[in-house]
Design a protein around this ligand. Sequence first.
Ligand SMILES: C[S@@+](CC[C@H](N)C(=O)[O-])C[C@H]1O[C@@H](n2cnc3c(N)ncnc32)[C@H](O)[C@@H]1O
Length: 201
Amino acid sequence: MRIRQHVNPNQAHFARFRGDRPPLDHRLVEVEIGCAEAQFLFERAAADPTRLYVGLEIREDLTRIVNRRARALAAPVHAVFCQAQLHISEIFPAGSIERVYLNFPDPWFKRRHHERRMIDDALASGIAHAVRAGGDVFVQTDVWEIALDAMATFDPDERFENVAGEWTFWKHGNPYGVRSWREQNAEETGLTVWRIMYRRR
Ligand SMILES: C[S@@+](CC[C@H](N)C(=O)[O-])C[C@H]1O[C@@H](n2cnc3c(N)ncnc32)[C@H](O)[C@@H]1O
């Protein structure tokens, strides 16, 4: 199946939520925003199958592939087709998420595509709504401008604390024991990965 590389998140087509809601229940929930093929979530699920792992993804074909694989493996992974900035608050009740991962949230890093970037005030508000007090928000990227954008969004926001200190990168690597596909690629090709750890106040 041919999958589009990029979609413009500002198209009217994405305005209304049309995805399938995740099966929220008593389990702790981890969410990757922009999960693509969800390598990170499948590996998290293999390491700790007691939790529910939800991927938000704007490319609908990818959510079908992820959900088919989750069924085949009986893995507690569920991908939701959505435009994350617009729909995260609709998908999750207040304080229902344990942890959010923003793994390599590009591809729109060129200046002329600034308005297509994923990390903005709307996304921060959706995350602030959905993550429980004390929950983690972990950002990683190999694009310097995206790392700065993430800091410019979350550091001045009273609802989040930068765990490493204000305007400071997280220097202890990825503490979650698994890697996203982009993370693995970046590390194997020797690219610098910028990481920032926030805690929901
Ligand atoms: C560069 S990929 C990274 C995939 C994966 N997180 C990784 O690290 O390998 C970014 C993903 O975010 C998705 N995405 C971009 N904007 C989005 C949005 N507004 N809502 C949901 N997904 C989005 C893209 O379709 C793409 O699959």
